[in-house]
Ligand binder design. Structure first.
Ligand code: MRU
Length: 375
């Protein structure tokens, strides 16, 4: 992804000092583009918790680099214990995205094959780099599969624009590159297919308004910001051809956890016969779970995110304002679960499949086998 013409990933090792991890600071966007240094595992835990980095794929890649930083600083005499504590701290940062535990466990498993602490440190670094590279590659691949779906709709309305609605930010910023929901959109746009994106603002943290709108703008993709509640109206009036969202965790039966409000979009899409696609790299599957509503842990965040809004004031300064009476209580669930029956197809790096156990198992036979599906 390019920012002002320069290619960036969302996370990388500092070029002249590979003991430092650098990330794009998503708390500063869209008003400021800043790169932040992370030097130890506690920096990574804080960055995931306070959402300097966020989005399923990037949370996974950050956690993997966090394990590398933990290995780098762990004393030889207490190496394994220190790494177990680091793994537990990272896993406790955010509960919903499957990529987090998946990445931590993958680095731990790789380190277990090393004999000395130094060998384990090298394995941690190589695995973190591999996870980040794979995340980018898989998102690019699923983008090609999704592009074919957009092209099919474009063919039904020659000369017209394909209107896509998305929720939250499952974009380049939520992964290492390309994004999940946005990868098909970028691929279609780059191939000359006329696309336009309806961007849900995505209260309470407004990742649609601050992040998706920003990155679509950087890439030159036509888009329009809408209030979260507008989608159903647009669908009723033929203004949406398809919905594409990302996801933070998908069960082996195809239930999808995504940013709060996704379920309502899926209901409106079904009522209006509009296809609802969910894009994900395989690291977002939780093959141990069947029932998403019962089994997927839903993060509940602080009430202040609902009671306050942050933005730029007329003087250009970023500030937070309270939008309710002083004493109004609030609750803040970060995600909801869309049952598989409301999802038209899942778009993965291996291809497009129905959201059901048989179709998912056909695409991921080894991963869904009972011996393998443990987390
Ligand atoms: O709370 P966030 O911003 O980390 O939530 C993640 C999301 O942006 C969405 O749920 C997204 O659509 C899926 S993550 C690729």
């Amino acid at each position: 992804m390019k920012v002002s013409g320069k290619h960036y990933r969302t996370i990388w090792l500092k070029p002249d000092d590979s003991q430092v991890v650098q990330v794009i600071d998503q708390l500063a966007l869209p008003h400021d583009f800043k790169v932040t240094n992370l030097v130890d595992v506690s920096d990574v835990c804080t960055a995931i918790k306070n959402m300097t980095v966020r989005g399923a794929g990037l949370i996974g890649a950050s956690a993997a680099y966090g394990m590398y930083l933990a290995a780098l600083h762990a004393p030889d005499r207490d190496f394994n214990n220190t790494l177990q504590l680091a793994a537990a701290s990272l896993k406790a940062t955010r509960p919903t995205a499957a990529n987090l535990a998946w990445a931590v466990d993958r680095v731990l498993a790789a380190m277990n094959t090393g004999l000395t602490s130094d060998e384990k440190r090298s394995l941690a670094k190589a695995t973190a780099v591999a996870i980040a590279d794979e995340d980018a590659e898989y998102c690019q691949r699923l983008g090609e599969h999704g592009k074919a779906l957009i092209a099919a709709i474009a063919n039904t309305k020659p000369g017209e624009t394909v209107n896509i609605l998305t929720h939250c930010n499952a974009g380049w910023l939520a992964f290492v590159d390309f994004g999940s929901a946005t990868a098909p959109i970028y691929a279609a746009h780059d191939a000359g297919i006329p696309v336009h994106v309806w961007v849900d603002e995505t209260r309470p943290r407004n990742q649609g308004a601050s992040l998706t709108a920003w990155e679509l703008g950087q890439h030159g993709v036509p888009h329009t910001l809408i209030a979260d509640n507008a989608g159903g109206h647009l669908m009723q009036h033929g203004m949406v051809d398809m919905v594409i969202t990302g996801t933070d965790r998908v069960t082996r039966c195809g239930d999808v956890a995504n940013k709060i409000g996704t379920y309502l979009k899926a209901l409106a899409a079904r009522d209006n016969d509009i296809p609802m696609y969910v894009a994900l790299p395989s690291s977002t599957f939780d093959f141990t779970l069947t029932d998403g509503v019962a089994g997927i842990p839903i993060e509940e965040r602080g009430a202040e995110e609902v009671r306050f809004m942050t933005g730029k004031n007329s003087c250009g300064a970023v500030e937070s304002v309270q939008i309710c009476p002083d004493s109004t209580p609030a609750r803040n669930w970060g995600f909801d679960v869309t049952p598989a029956r409301l999802i038209t197809k899942l778009i993965c790096e291996r291809g497009v499949c129905d959201a059901n156990e048989t179709a998912i198992a056909a695409l991921f036979p080894k991963e869904t086998s009972h011996d393998h599906a443990t987390r």
